[in-house]
Structures are given as structure tokens and as C-alpha cells.
Design a protein around this ligand. Structure first.
Ligand code: FAD
Length: 356
């Protein structure tokens, strides 16, 4: 095994903020596509060989007990990524794998001349070693980032957490639901990260300058209209700002009422139809201009890589070059956060191992 870095599995040591979110219970997703915006087809097959339960059992059998969080993320019980790294390195030694660190492979074709099989697992975007081969590459672009939004007023909400937000891009079909976090630079949290994954290629094409639409309530327009009507009926004498919309903090509610152009002292009894419509629009389809992307705890994955059409889906062997295999992020597979990306690496590696 040739490894360009001085230490093996250095990136794995950093995963999950040093805790290694190595797989997921898959309980929180309704379809594989929700977790894998790219590579769903390969993952469907690869998970048949080695799925998340197999992965948890495998690590447990190797002496790594695990914990499954409420959100489905799976970590080693030790909460230490180095335990996963240590386990894999020890196994390599035990099974006689010769590990050559500090050795960058410049051209996979050269290795292929002297080998029965070559497995390329160089990760996202590391495709330089394929340059002399006729392999179709889907242009690599980043995924899993947060949104820079230059809006001083939004910045005043810094630290606000919205549990059931829906994020989208105006005029586009991409949607993500979940927790949204307002930061001093813009939007973060699972809802933003998921949208960055679903729309990774579109966002790259638009140079990360698109109108982002926020539904702060997670409700349909009809439902939100009903809630406003209830608030109106129950609080006629009260000021709109000092009531609260179910599920929103009073700070966010005040901000949105102001954004809808409703004066601070306005009472429910004097709100007009136009103001109700503006409030409804701000609650369910509030638009902000994204002006760039920011990293999330330095975590990212690459969307793109070796085109799925280049490999036999059952073996992950190259269709053009017998004996050449691919596994992990180098393939055009990537997922949302939550342990799904490492599961893709384990599952595809297992497919290749069995093929070999
Ligand atoms: C900071 C961070 C945190 C993350 N946290 C999580 C998480 O908690 N859970 C999760 O599911 N996913 C996480 N991810 C994503 C996950 O780490 C990757 O999807 C996964 O590591 C991909 O595995 P891989 O083996 O395909 O590639 P990599 O882990 O990138 O490994 C590729 C290896 O190949 C080596 N290499 C590259 N080119 C050459 C060459 N020419 N010759 C020799 N060696 C070469 C590299 O040095 C590297 O060691 C995180 C990513 C980052 C950046």
C-alpha cells in the first residue's frame, strides 16, 4: 500500500471532529438518495455486500464498541478516532500488508504494468495519477459547506437555532429540511450542509451566488396561514411583536415581523390583509443572497471523480482496464454528513476486496 502522506490514515484521525463518525443507523433517511445525492446506484449494491450493521459488527468484533446517537450518527464508544486508525493499522500489520508511507504514486498505469491488480483509493479530487489512462472523470467540486450571506441584519440573529427549517434555492428543485444555525457569516447547521450537498454542482456553476429561500417554520403556506389566523384571533389586543409564533424564538419572531415591514407597536387588531400576506411570505419563503461558501469544521467531501459508468457496479473494476479497481471518495459518490461518507468508503472497499 502506497500512501503519499508521512502517516497512514491521517485524515481519518480528524473525522467527526476527532471522534470519527464512522457510520449511521440510516434510521433518519427515507431513501438512499437522501443520504447519497451522487452514487446512490453503486451504494445500493455495495450496501448489500457490507452495510452499516455489518460495519458496526465488524468494528465491534475488532474490539471497538460503538454508540449510536439519537440523530443516527455512530461513533466509537471511546469517542476517539485514533482507536479506529489504530485498529486498521494493527490489522494491516497482522495480515502482512506492506505499507509504504511518504510515497506518492504519480501514474497508476506504471503500477499496473507490474501488478495483477491495482486498487486506487486516493480520495476526492486526487485524480492526478489517472492522467495517462482513458478514464472519464466527473469534474470534482466541493460539497458540505456553509453559506456566506452578507446581510448585517441577519447577522443580528447570530446563534439562533431553528429546529425545523426548510432551505431551498429560488427557482430550483433543491430542498433540505432540518436544523438551521445562523452564524456571524451566514447560515450553517444540518439544513445548510445538506443543501450544499444536494446542490453542490449547481452552486459551483453559479459561483456560490444564488438566492437562498428560507422557510423558518417548516410549515406549508396553508398551515402557516392558519397559525397566523389563530394568533390573530387569540391576541387581538396584544402587540404582534410580543406574541410568539409556535416553534420560533421571540427574537426570531420580532426580526421576521420587522422584516415584513410591520411597525413595532402594531397590534393584531389593526393588522391589514397586506401585512398578513407579507408576514406569511417572510415566514415561509424568505429570500437572502448567498455570496460565497465557507468551510464547516474543515470537513468537506468532493462531488465528482471517476464516473460510475467507468466501473462494473458489482466489482468496481474498470470496464476498460481489467485489474484496475476503485474504492472510496475517488468514485463519483458522496453523501450528506452523518457517517454516510465513511460508510461509502468501507462498503466500496469491501466490494473490491471480495472481487479480488
Ligand atoms: C476534516 C474531515 C472530517 C470528516 N469527518 C467525517 C465523518 O466524521 N464521517 C464521515 O462519514 N465522513 C467524514 N469525512 C469525509 C471522509 O473523511 C471521506 O469521505 C473519507 O475519508 C474518504 O475515504 P477515502 O479512503 O476514499 O479517501 P481519503 O480518506 O481521502 O484517503 C485517501 C488517501 O490517499 C492518499 N493519496 C492521495 N493521492 C495519493 C497518491 N497519488 N499516491 C499515494 N497516496 C495518495 C492520501 O494521502 C490519503 O491518505 C470528513 C472529511 C474531512 C475532510
Amino acid at each position: 500500500m502506497y500512501e503519499a502522506a508521512r502517516k497512514p490514515l491521517a485524515k481519518l484521525a480528524l473525522t467527526g471532529g476527532g471522534r470519527c463518525n464512522f457510520t449511521n443507523s440510516f434510521g433518519g433517511i427515507s431513501s438512499l438518495r437522501e443520504a447519497y445525492p451522487r452514487g446512490e446506484q453503486i451504494m445500493k449494491r455495495a450496501l448489500r455486500f457490507f452495510d452499516n450493521r455489518d460495519c458496526m459488527e465488524w468494528f465491534e468484533a475488532e474490539g471497538v464498541p460503538y454508540v449510536v446517537q439519537d440523530d443516527g450518527c455512530v461513533f466509537p464508544e471511546s469517542q476517539d478516532a485514533m482507536q479506529i486508525v489504530g485498529t486498521l493499522v494493527t490489522l494491516m500489520r497482522k495480515t502482512g500488508v506492506r505499507l509504504v508511507t511518504g510515497h506518492r504514486v504519480e501514474d497508476a498505469a506504471v503500477l499496473m504494468k507490474d501488478s495483477d491488480a491495482v486498487v486506487v483509493t486516493t480520495g476526492g479530487g486526487a485524480i492526478g495519477l489517472l492522467k495517462s489512462l482513458n478514464i472519464e472523470i466527473v469534474l470534482p467540486v466541493p460539497s458540505l459547506f456553509t453559506f456566506r450571506i452578507n446581510d448585517g441584519k441577519l447577522g443580528s440573529l447570530m446563534g439562533t437555532v431553528i429546529d425545523n427549517a426548510v432551505l431551498g434555492i429560488a427557482g430550483q428543485p433543491f430542498r433540505s429540511c432540518g436544523t438551521l444555525l445562523i452564524t456571524d457569516w451566514g447560515m450553517s447547521g444540518p439544513a445548510a450542509l445538506k443543501l450544499s450537498s444536494y446542490a453542490a454542482r449547481y452552486l459551483a456553476e453559479k459561483e456560490y451566488r444564488v438566492p437562498v429561500v428560507v422557510n423558518w417554520t417548516g410549515l406549508s403556506e396553508e398551515e402557516a396561514k392558519g397559525r397566523i389566523a389563530c394568533l390573530n384571533a387569540e391576541n387581538q389586543g396584544k402587540m404582534i411583536c410580543s406574541t410568539t409564533f409556535p416553534g420560533l424564538t421571540s427574537r426570531l419572531w420580532r426580526f421576521l415581523v420587522c422584516r415584513a415591514g410591520i411597525p413595532e407597536g402594531c397590534r393584531w387588531s389593526s393588522i391589514g390583509r397586506k401585512s398578513v400576506n407579507r408576514l406569511l411570505s417572510v415566514l415561509t419563503a424568505d429570500e437572502y443572497s448567498m455570496s460565497g461558501r465557507c468551510s464547516f469544521r474543515e470537513e468537506f467531501v468532493t462531488c465528482g471523480g471517476v464516473a460510475i459508468t467507468e466501473v462494473n457496479l458489482s466489482t468496481l473494476q474498470s470496464k476498460k482496464y481489467p485489474g484496475l479497481y476503485f474504492a472510496g471518495e475517488i468514485l463519483d459518490i458522496d453523501a450528506v454528513t452523518g457517517g454516510f461518507n465513511l460508510q461509502a468508503a468501507w462498503s466500496t472497499a469491501m466490494v473490491v476486496a471480495r472481487s479480488l
